[in-house]
Design a protein around this ligand. Sequence first.
Ligand code: ACO
Length: 331
Amino acid sequence: MMNRVARIRGTGAYLPEKVLTNQDLEQMVDTSDEWIFTRTGMKERRLAGPDEFTSGMGAKAALAAIEDSGLTVDEIDFILVATLTPDYIFPSTACLIQQLLGAKKAASLDIQAACTGYLYALSLAKSFIESGAYRHILVVAAEKLSSITNYKDRSTCVLFGDGASACVVSSEGEGLAIQSVRLGSDGEQAELLIQPAGGCRLPASAETVAGDQHYIKMAGNEVFKHAVRRMESACKECIDAAQIDELDISWVVPHQANIRIIDAIAKRFKHLSPERVYKTVQKYGNTSASSVGIALHELRKEQSLQEGERILLTAFGAGLTWGAALLQAQR
Ligand code: ACO
């Protein structure tokens, strides 16, 4: 049987223009630039406009990724969209993006794995390609987190931003080979990070709106501890699965939830200088599913990756969910 290799052959990102700074937040809730920066590493984040939605931001990132891949929209076989802020509960945001792109032959599917969604989507794309089922898969991660953020709750509203990322995963062409992916979940901790209302347990009602139950609720401290532990172990499993050594990694691209979480992960990679743990948290905050893809796209644009260089992606989010993926630059 032919040995197919799934590779990322194009990436893209889209960030809305409007910037929300720490100083802006000081006017909205009882917080300070100093608190936000020292506790999270964030200085600013982006906000989508009132007529800008997850589908539209995702489509813009997708078009950039398709152009970067050298393919055309008509060649896309499948669209996988990772988001926790879909335009609607149904139909899927993937179908809306399919329509916006005019990707007529593509099948479309949403994935709900919160901040780990990009890695869950990559894992599915890898399997689809390696099985021979499809040749060109568009992975999109897009979030309008501002639509579910309570701008009266200082413990969450300083953290989140809007944005989108995308990549094209193909069976052919130059790019970043997806060498191994490791994923995990723990539904026991589902309530640590949750949007309580709007589903079938608590359908939208005057009471749920009055009780702010359509907003993100997070037990930040608890989540923090799980995030560090789970991403560390996912990275180790992913490296072991590829039968390589930590020394073989050139870049680590972690989920951009908090600089202190990123620094804790970075400590694990003793041979890597801190600049090799890629960060966008200071300028975009936490964009949930989109965050790893935005960072990977910016890394590819800033650095000319050499043949053979390895990049480790890792993410963590609601569910709880977590994962890691190992990529290698190949011509
Ligand atoms: N400004 C000023 N003070 C604040 C703010 C704020 N914005 N927010 C909280 N505080 C206060 C608290 O009220 C508390 O005060 P108290 O001691 O008087 O009670 C104090 O600061 C400390 O609060 P903690 O919650 O203990 O602060 P911590 O250092 O844990 O930082 C944070 C909070 C940034 C949320 C951190 O816990 C974190 O990053 N958690 C992980 C987030 C994450 O990884 N999420 C996963 C992915 S997101 C997704 O899936 C959608």
